[in-house]
Design a protein around this ligand. Sequence first.
Ligand code: ASP
Ligand code: MG
Length: 478
Amino acid sequence: MPLRGALLGFDAAKRHTSMPTPDPRDRAPLTRVLKFGGAALADGAGVRRACSILLERGGPQAVAVVSAAHGVTQLLDQVAKAAVAGRSEAERVRIRHRTLLAQCGLEQELLDRYLGELATVLEDVRRSQRITPAQHDFVLSFGERMSARVVAATLRRLGREATPVDSFDLGLLSDSNHGSARPLPGTQASIRKSLASVAGIPVVTGFLAQDPAGNLTTLGRNGSDLTASLLGEALGAAEVQFWKTVGGVMTADPALVPGARRLERLSYDEAAEYAFRGASVLHPDALQPLARAGIPARVLSVVEPDDEGTRIGGPSGGSERGPVGIAWRRNVVRLRLELAAHEERWVRAAAVLAEIARAGLEPLACTVDAAGIAWVLGWSDALAQVARAAPLRVERGLALIAVVGPPRAPLATHRSGPIAGGVGTVGAGIGGVATLCEQMAGEVASSLFLVGEDEFAASARALHAAVFESSELLTQGF
Ligand code: ASP
Ligand code: MG
């Protein structure tokens, strides 16, 4: 179909070789999925702004995915906890949404059905003084369900037909792991078919799914990004747009690193690795459906809607494979299993890893030397038990900083003696911070730095300065 090919620019798609080129016939060239995060829907002005973006930039086949209004998921979690403790606080949710309705100029009764249902389940919880994971997910679901009603009603007030849609009614299925459910494969046809029969712009709840037995589930904090990607994949959308209050993906968190700047583009691999290392890009799992289907994405700002934002993946490929950014995970620990090389070290290591996995934890890095094996992972109380049983040496109060993507200049400088800001291996370093190890994730290399919490901010700034703010390697501080 030549028209479709022309719209999608398939010549560019063919030139890009690092990922499979999607079959053009599977694409719906006019369909765009626009996802709005909670901060972008915080109040009446935010909801109206999101709606005009949808109308102006959604094209003829826009699909909206919405988060709960800012802070509402947390509020619902608080009122659920209050109910377990015997207190009725449903009124707080009612007031929050009545205010939102008034700001949007919508009827005060629009959400009464949902607020009533919520009050009923909270009352059940209060009486029994316990909450099941399924009930907790049910309580959280009201945030997205009400937000979808508010956005759809506002679009209708603006003269455009729109229908609120609960994602679990579309056939979006997940496993039964309440609180962080994983989507199940094979739901695309059902999602496509259900959406095709929706009148006007579908305004779909993010974050929510349903297990095969029909229980409502949630996809984990910030899970609405994943919903948008899954819908984009199911529809073969031309693009998925993630609208936030910050304009795109930055080279570091600007709150900590003043020199951080916006990234123009990222490959799927780079975005996934950057998110995994702790950057707030998108929900880390949201990249997979996009990469599978080869759907380009953009991270855009509702505050500056004309700004380019950050492009992720797509027919014209990823970045030029230079450095991507500095990300970090704080409050991490290093666990060391001290074993000489001749002992059955990997048999012991496998047993330790099995314990770590059983506790639901995931190592972020692993290093090996003659004296033993060490893992770096986020602190959790469950770790203390694993460490005692093994036994393992535990170092706490650390942060794991990653420089994602290969630095353009040769940055590794070998020095002996102590290196400022690092508790990693003495040797190669960047900007005066000692490298722990280099890791490869798919195509993307990351250099990891393990530093003490007290040195964390200075180390992150030094690394950013060395990689992004200077053409020269900064070796001061050695
Ligand atoms: N409302 C959920 C949260 O706050 C999901 C989302 O916003 O993506 O985590
Ligand atoms: Mg959010």
